[in-house]
Design a binder for this molecule. Structure first.
Ligand SMILES: [Ca+2]
Ligand SMILES: [Ca+2]
Length: 375
């Protein structure tokens, strides 16, 4: 190598060196942007509902991760639009051979976008599970109404929607009834408890009503209906819960001098994230015989409303009713398909006459069966 070529060689070496650093920086930035994008776009929408919050999360993740690359961030911009995230950033870094190239710093810009929806649930994942059993304090409920010597725990009471872990609703609240107590069933003439049906004794711990009720298993025939229920494979002949819920509930005693408000059809709702796929609702339902035209007053409707990115109209999924010849606790299920990923409001409401008597349900579950076949 001649002396003449040496400067050229050094410049080449400098170029190679700086080129390698540039590539390393570029790749680091690219990786940080991609990770920040993915991390903030994929988390569940149920907990990170707003695009604004998601955008702040992307920016925070980017800021934290880019620090370790020793580059200067001149600007960064994050846009989140429902399931799409875009990041733009401009970087600079100092050159080692700055004198040779007569350039102190190099700047470059990068764009990154990612799209996607949070990971799908496992097949058969339970999205909503509502057994109405435990309350916020974890102690046995004392239902306000129907308290007698044999039912010191009460037989029914109206509670706010939050008591059973739902996000909201309309009307006076949810009416919980203690169907596990034969004395409650007898005292209130609750029908639809078929012969052969058992009460579920959760955790084996007797309630105050269990201890005080003199009506024992041997007398149970007095509180059960003669008709049996069809035993489906895989279902037990027992209610899955002690308490059940009536949505045509009760406003309580009227104010002095006022008439009792019997417009008591209530609803409850919960907002959940649903992915495209097949879903199944499982619920125990009893039409409750209280009036002659029972099927006009005991309806229970379940509906879905897509909330994001735009609010869509509420759509009926399923409605249940029983006529007077078929009043019985029955396990029911219904399958349906969700086409678009979104946050949905699941609403359960009493339908028909709003007269404080309605259908009763328990053991409500919404299950993600599996992913819809594409194409
Ligand atoms: Ca009621
Ligand atoms: Ca009703």
């Amino acid at each position: 190598m001649t002396a003449l070529l040496l400067p050229v060689f050094i410049i080449l070496l400098g170029l190679l060196f700086e080129g390698g650093r540039a590539l390393a920086y570029y790749n680091q930035s690219k990786r940080v942007m991609a990770m920040a994008c993915e991390r903030a776009t994929k988390p569940t929408r149920t907990y990170t509902l707003l695009d604004r919050v998601r955008r702040d999360n992307v920016a925070a993740a980017f800021d934290a991760m880019i620090q370790s690359t020793k580059q200067k961030v001149l600007s960064r911009q994050v846009e989140v639009d429902w399931t799409t995230t875009k990041i733009k950033a401009e970087f600079s870094y100092g050159l080692i051979f700055s004198e040779m190239f007569n350039l102190e710093k190099l700047k470059y810009r990068l764009d990154e976008s990612c799209e996607g929806i949070p990971p799908y649930p496992e097949d058969d994942a339970v999205i909503i599970d509502n057994m109405f059993e435990s309350n916020a304090l974890g102690v046995e409920r004392v239902l306000k109404n129907g308290v007698t010597k044999e039912t010191p725990g009460g037989c029914w009471g109206v509670y706010p929607f939050s008591e059973i872990g739902w996000d909201g609703g309309t009307g006076p609240g949810v009416e919980l009834q203690d169907w596990s107590s034969p004395c409650c069933r007898r005292n209130h003439n609750w029908q639809g408890y078929p012969a052969g049906m058992e009460s579920k004794k959760l955790n084996g711990a007797p309630t105050a009503n269990d201890l005080a009720c003199t009506l024992k298993e041997a007398d149970k025939v007095k509180t059960t209906d003669k008709n049996g229920i069809e035993k489906k494979a895989g279902t037990e002949l027992s209610l899955p819960t002690r308490y059940v819920m009536e949505l045509d509930s009760d406003w309580g005693p009227p104010a002095p001098g006022k008439k009792k408000n019997i417009e008591a059809n209530s609803s409850i709702y919960k907002d959940v994230e649903l992915h495209p796929g097949i879903y199944k609702i499982m619920v125990w339902y009893n039409g409750r015989r209280a009036v002659e035209d029972v099927e006009k007053t005991n309806g229970i409707k379940i509906s879905l409303q897509q909330r994001l990115p735009t609010l869509k109209p509420q759509q009926k999924v399923w409605e249940m009713a029983q006529d007077k010849n078929n009043i019985a606790w029955t396990p029911r299920d219904y399958s349906f398909r969700v086409k678009a990923y979104s946050i949905y409001r699941v609403t359960i409401e009493a339908t028909g006459l709003s007269d404080s008597f309605g259908g009763i349900i328990t053991g409500f579950q919404l299950i993600y069966v599996d992913r819809m076949e594409e194409g």
